[in-house]
Design a protein around this ligand. Structure first.
Ligand SMILES: *Cc1c(COP(=O)(O)O)cnc(C)c1O
Length: 399
């Protein structure tokens, strides 16, 4: 056993403090813009929300945007606007956060999981057709890790079968498909502003769309299903009507101010993420024990996550042992994601293991490396050093 190997059990870790896998970057300018709103007349449902919506619509090249209290609330609203109801089937990927399919359940619909492509880890369009029934209403493709799904194929299937496309772009603000920004391609697109995502509002999300009818439904759903149309004016100036069962899913102006300020930096944020991803790829590409993220030529990823896939046949340990060894080096690795239908709640609904075998196998092999704008060059070097150290320790070829 060489010295490097001995160091793993008992030696000094690569770094002294834990590096998180994801984290927001908030500067003085962000803080000042929030304070400005705190001193203003409107702290919720004021002009700052509308400004944020306009800015996101402009950035994503969509006609309309409606902000929500979370990405999950936004997905719920999109399912409502799409008319998803009792017994309607909605196709999505199992390799995602539970919110992508929970939103279907909220509306009484049935999530139908379609397995992923073994290279991109995105939903495999070739497998969608066989899952379409007379009850299928929509597809929720997830741009996993920030890499756009094969939208041409999915749009074609949707058109042929009269299905609505709600893109889960929680990972993909600023990503491009065939040189077009994600946000105006499908019927509706959801972005999340949770702190680990590209820009943050603390909690928050948005739907972009080019469809005016969806736009109006989304606005109504966000505020109790209430309408304040000019048509009601003869009833009196106080008058409003509730037309559907909506929620209070509003974002505050305080949060929107943070979002506006964060969005100004999106280009440099994405650039920095790409730099780190490219550094990982350059430094790790010689290692036989892992497969690095494959990038489809039609997509331009915004790099929310950098996932390495362990080649377990070349390793003497499983993912758990390797994960823990990397963690001992103070590298905050993570796993994205547990296949959605593995969760006890989904199992209680009757979903069974074995449904999507590629996603299940990937789940045994995935490790997410830290990737965020606040990382220094030293941080990314530490990640590479730790990965090399641990993989060399557990490598069968014993480099
Ligand atoms: C973060 C995320 C969501 C939900 O967003 P929230 O803003 O946290 O509610 C949905 N889908 C995916 C894939 C996500 O990563």
């Amino acid at each position: 056993m060489n010295k490097e190997k001995l160091a793993i059990h008992g030696g000094q870790p690569v770094r002294g403090n834990i590096l998180p896998y994801g984290k927001q970057v908030i500067n003085e300018e962000d803080i000042c813009s929030v304070i400005e709103i705190l001193r203003s007349d409107f702290i919720t449902t004021g002009p700052t929300i509308e400004q944020f919506e306009r800015n996101i619509a402009e950035y994503t090249e969509a006609k309309y945007a409606v902000a929500f209290s979370s990405g999950t609330a936004a997905l719920h609203a999109a399912c409502f606007a799409a008319g998803i109801g009792e017994g309607d089937e909605v196709i999505t990927s199992p390799m995602t956060f539970v919110a992508s399919s929970n939103c279907v359940l909220y509306q009484g619909g049935i999530p139908i999981f379609v397995d992923i492509d073994p290279n991109t880890y995105n939903i495999n369009p070739a497998l969608i057709k066989e899952k379409i029934t007379k009850n299928t209403k929509a597809i929720i493709p997830v741009h996993f890790t920030g890499q756009p799904v094969d939208l041409d194929s999915i749009m074609k299937i949707a058109k042929e079968n009269n299905l609505i496309i709600i893109e889960d772009a929680a990972h993909a603000l600023g990503a491009k498909y065939k040189n077009k920004k994600i946000g105006s391609i499908g019927d509706m697109t959801m972005f999340s502003f949770h702190p680990v995502k590209h820009i943050t509002t603390g909690e928050g999300g948005i739907i972009t769309t080019n469809n005016k009818d969806y736009y109006q439904k989304l606005l109504q759903f966000r505020t109790h299903g209430i309408s304040r149309s000019k048509d009601f004016f003869n009833h009196g100036p106080w008058y409003y009507e509730m037309h559907s069962l909506g929620y209070n899913y509003r974002l505050t102006d305080i949060q929107a101010a943070l979002g506006i300020s964060q969005l100004k930096k999106i280009d440099s944020f994405i650039e920095r993420r790409k730099q780190i991803a490219n550094f990982y790829t350059k430094e790790l590409k010689e290692l036989d024990e892992i497969k690095l993220p494959f990038q489809d030529v039609n997509g331009d990823s915004s790099w929310h996550l950098y996932i390495v896939k362990l080649q377990l046949s070349k390793l003497t340990a499983n993912r758990k042992e390797i994960f823990e060894a990397i963690q001992k080096e103070n590298i905050g690795v993570n796993v994205h994601y547990i296949p959605v239908y593995y969760h006890p709640y989904y199992q209680s609904l009757g979903y069974m293991n074995g449904l999507c075998t590629i996603a299940e196998k990937c789940y045994e092999e995935f490790i997410t490396l830290p990737l965020h704008v606040g990382m220094s060059d030293q941080d990314s070097e530490d990640v590479v050093k730790a990965i090399k150290k641990v993989l060399s320790f557990y490598s069968k070829t014993n480099r």
